[in-house]
Design a protein around this ligand. Structure first.
Ligand SMILES: [Zn+2]
Length: 207
């Protein structure tokens, strides 16, 4: 299955590519956050496949107190597990807390509690489907992997724990803008999990 993953930055060239059928064999779109909902809505309308996303810390329209504040026709996976296209997906949005009143920012222990909140659904998934998790999407990277040494861009340890415990095939994240492709890896393996910094978009072949 081909998956289009997007994050953090609107890529102008995706509009003509999507309109000309370049992504016709894509069966699922995943977004790791910090994107305008109009961009997600455009992609879901044009490709007509499910789109699941987590909010970042800079989603222009994101308001956790307003239930209707979600991208139309898309599924917000923040703090949830869902079965889509035969895959078990889980999502954790947000970034490390770096501002006292910042929206969708969490301390390491707050994020740990959010990760633990996924455990019952993932155990149920293993009972029903034989695997806990196929793809984990988060906005932030794990601690020590693709992260940076600043408060806003330090990785979240709860994600490392979740990867080690649930052993997803893929972990997709954004948040760290990645311009030095030849110097910094964007793909790292942790056990059976392939961790990918999606910035700004990737096409992934899920075997
Ligand atoms: Zn971000």
């Amino acid at each position: 299955m081909k998956i289009l993953a997007v994050t953090d930055e609107t890529v102008e060239c995706l509009y003509p590519l999507a309109a000309s059928g370049h992504f016709a064999d894509v069966e699922l779109i995943l977004s790791c956050g910090d994107l305008p909902y109009t961009y997600l809505e455009y992609l879901v309308t044009l490709l007509n496949v499910p789109l699941c996303y987590v909010p970042g810390n800079h989603d222009p329209e994101y308001n956790p107190r307003v239930a209707a504040s979600c991208a139309e026709g898309c599924e917000n996976l923040d703090g949830r597990v869902a079965r889509v296209r035969g895959l078990t997906l889980a999502g954790l949005g947000g970034s490390p807390r770096y501002h006292p009143r910042g929206v969708n920012q969490y301390t390491q222990s707050e994020m740990r509690r959010r990760a633990w909140g996924l455990v019952p659904s993932l155990l149920w998934s293993r009972l029903r489907h034989g695997r806990r998790l196929d793809i984990l999407i988060t906005h932030s990277p794990p601690f020590g992997i693709h992260d940076e040494d600043t408060q806003a861009h330090r990785g979240l340890r709860a994600i490392n724990w979740l990867i080690r415990w649930a052993k997803p095939r893929y972990h997709l994240h954004g948040h760290v803008h990645f311009f030095r492709r030849n110097l910094t890896p964007s793909v790292t393996r942790l056990g059976p999990t392939k961790i990918i910094n999606v910035f700004p978009y990737q096409v992934i072949e899920f075997q």
